[in-house]
Ligand binder design. Structure first.
Ligand SMILES: O=P(O)(O)OC[C@H]1O[C@H](OP(=O)(O)OP(=O)(O)O)[C@H](O)[C@@H]1O
Ligand SMILES: Nc1ncnc2[nH]cnc12
Length: 177
């Protein structure tokens, strides 16, 4: 089963980037092209009944499978980047995450008003990052079509923070502790 394969590949790194955090390192997945392909195929299968106009991935780990998935599903890819990285006109949102705070930005012409945008990231922890991304999508007149994550840290109970934007949440690997 894919979840078991992914769990066997994901590496726990204790106390990174700060004491008390168990960091879920996905780099071993990236070394396995067949496993990466299976991840994308599984996302596409689980998302097939959701109407999606474009896929937004969040810098930087959200770019990895986000772009692969957009390309596989033949959808435009929208980069949401950390502050000061996007060259054209942007709007921004600040947020807290499991181990700090940050600001993310999107180009103000990233998509057309009314379009349905899937938000992709590698991992859902507190949800701070994707809530900020959802606010950016809505500020530009978009609709959050749903979310896809490789990993969900279910013990942080953050799914409830997303449902006001969309209850379509696809995750491939869940951790309960
Ligand atoms: O649910 P949250 O508590 O918001 O945490 C999840 C976010 O944290 C990580 O990103 P990070 O900011 O470390 O950036 P990176 O992808 O560049 O490593 C991860 O890739 C998610 O984007
Ligand atoms: N525990 C964790 N491991 C990897 N990325 C994260 N982003 C937020 N929390 C994380």
């Amino acid at each position: 089963m894919l979840e078991e394969q992914l769990k066997a590949s994901i590496r726990d790194v204790e106390d990174f980037p700060q004491v008390g955090i168990t960091f879920k390192d996905i780099t071993p997945i990236l070394k396995d092209p067949e496993l990466c392909h299976q991840v994308v195929v599984e996302f596409a299968e689980q998302l097939k009944d959701i109407e999606i106009d474009a896929i937004a991935g969040i810098e930087s780990r959200g770019f990895l499978f986000g772009f692969m998935l957009a390309n596989y599903m033949n959808k435009p890819f929208i980069p949401i980047r950390k502050q000061g990285k996007l060259p054209y006109k942007t709007i921004s949102e600040s947020y807290k995450l499991e181990y700090g705070q940050a600001t993310i930005e999107i180009h103000d012409d990233a998509f057309e008003s009314g379009q349905k945008i899937l938000i992709h990231d590698d991992l859902l922890a507190t949800g701070g990052t994707v809530v900020a991304a959802s606010k950016l999508i809505e500020k530009l007149g978009g609709v959050v079509a749903g979310y896809s994550f490789v990993i969900s840290l279910d013990f942080l109970n953050s799914r409830g923070r997303l449902t006001r934007f969309s209850d379509q949440i696809v995750t491939l690997v869940s951790y309960n502790q």
